[in-house]
Structure formats: C-alpha cells, structure tokens
Design a protein around this ligand. Structure first.
Ligand SMILES: [Zn+2]
Length: 261
C-alpha cells in the first residue's frame, strides 16, 4: 500500500519506523512538506530512502501567507531539485484559520495558490491540495483554468456538488482513517470512483474513534482499505491494487516517464 499524504519529517526514529512499515507491506509514502524547513528535511529523507519516498515541496495554507523570500526559495528548490521532487505540496487555501487572516492576507493566499498552480503547469508536477469545505470550490475554480495540472484533494470535505465536479475534472481524492468511524467520509468514498480514490493517513495527525491514543502511521492504511471495500462492496484486494495504481499514476514520475517513452 502507499500512503498518499504523510508529514514524514515530523516522525522520530525514522529508520526503525520505515523498516517496520516496510515489513508490514507499506511500499511507499507520498511525503508532503509544510514550509521551507520541512521541504529541506523531506528532500533529505528522500536522499536517504529514494525508493520509499515521493517527496513534495510546498507551503501549508493553514498559516500566515509566505513572505516573498520564502516563496522564491521554495520555487527555486522545485527547479533545482527536479530529480528529487515528485510533486508540489501541500499547498492550497486556508479554511480553519480564515478568521485569523486579514482580507489582504486571504487575497495573498489565493494569489500564492494561483502561483503554485502555474509552477505545477510549468514543471508538469502534480499538486497535493489542502482546500476543504467552502475552499474546495474556490481551489477547483482556479484549477479549472489550468486543465493540464492534475491535483490530489487530500482529506477532502466538500459539498456533494463540488465533490462531483472535482471527480468530473479528473482529479484524485483521498480518505483518511476518519472513514472508519465517520459517516461523512464513508459517503465521500461512495461517491468517488475507485479509479480516482487514494488512501492517506496525514500522519502523524492523531485520529479518534478506534484510533484514539494510537500513533498515526501508514499502518492505518489497512483499516482504511477495509472500510472502502466494505462501503463500495468490492474485494479488499481490488481496493489495495487500485489505490496503488492511482497513487503511482498521479505521483510517480519515473513510472510516468516510462509510460511516455
Ligand atoms: Zn497534511
């Protein structure tokens, strides 16, 4: 299985953990970054575990907008580390901190997301997008203007109509361990075709329900896949195989290049 969204730089004892995860059948993780510091840390991890990690460079939208210097440096990093960078992310639009942002800051966030979409187009890299609830539609509107760019809406929460439009636009959508105990996420999995569904943990983000007090790691992918199989009434092996195929199809550059040649 592949974890389609994890903050790998936030884990300690990484060598021991990766060994354990691999033994439990995790073949790869899509490692996002939140800012400049974690982008460097994620790229360093990519160097140490090149086959286990697909590395992303980005800036998490649920914080104050980037200053110009950081934006430039992140962009330069994407170009200079082209071999190591598999995608841009996570990036997107703020929702949870909207009331802490001035109108100017909100405008700047939107501008910066538009810039990421442009960089994604120029570099032909996919986007790992955080844009939930009312912001999902706004992110989609922006993406519609640049149809060449493929996006992954991670841990999506959005109105039904917007979910349908994201699917129709050909983007990918992921579910987290929340699907195991939350109806909203089960409905989402029902709506998204299996060919556009990814599984992720957003680790080490902590979850509730059956996972309360449990460390979030890619080991939670199995219960997610089991729940999808249950919700969609398809065999578990299909869910596992198809989500691997989907994740590779959007994130795995090497496979993409192989297909092109
Ligand atoms: Zn995340």
């Amino acid at each position: 299985m592949i974890d389609a969204h994890i903050h790998l730089y936030q884990y300690t004892d990484i060598e021991k953990r990766i060994q354990h995860w691999q033994k439990e059948g995790i073949e790869c993780v899509v490692a996002v970054s939140n800012n400049l510091k974690s982008a460097y840390e994620t790229l360093e991890l990519k160097q140490r575990y090149p086959d286990f990690i697909m590395a992303g460079v980005g800036y998490h939208p649920e914080q104050k907008p980037m200053n110009r210097r950081d934006m430039t440096e992140l962009e330069e990093l994407i170009y200079s580390e082209k071999e190591a960078v598999s995608f841009i992310g996570e990036v997107g639009l703020p929702y949870y901190i909207l009331d802490q942002l001035t109108a100017d800051e909100q405008g700047l966030q939107l501008e910066q997301f538009a810039r990421w979409v442009e960089v994604a187009k120029q570099t032909q890299l996919p986007l790992a997008v955080h844009a939930v609830h009312s912001q999902a539609e706004q992110a989609l509107t922006l993406l519609k203007k640049v149809p060449e760019v493929q996006a992954h809406f991670h841990w999506l929460k959005a109105p039904e109509q917007v979910i349908k439009e994201i699917v129709a636009a050909g983007h990918f959508i992921s579910v987290t361990p929340e699907i195991c105990y939350r109806e909203r996420d089960q409905k989402l999995a029902e709506m998204v075709p299996i060919t556009q569904l990814l599984i992720e943990t957003d680790g080490p983000w902590p979850f509730n329900g059956p996972f309360e007090n449990e460390e979030t790691s890619p080991l939670l992918l199995k219960p997610i896949a089991e729940k999808i199989a249950d919700v969609k009434q398809i065999p578990l092996s299909n869910v596992i195989q198809q989500t691997i195929t989907n994740t590779n199809s959007i994130y795995n550059l090497k496979q993409k290049q192989k297909r092109k040649s």
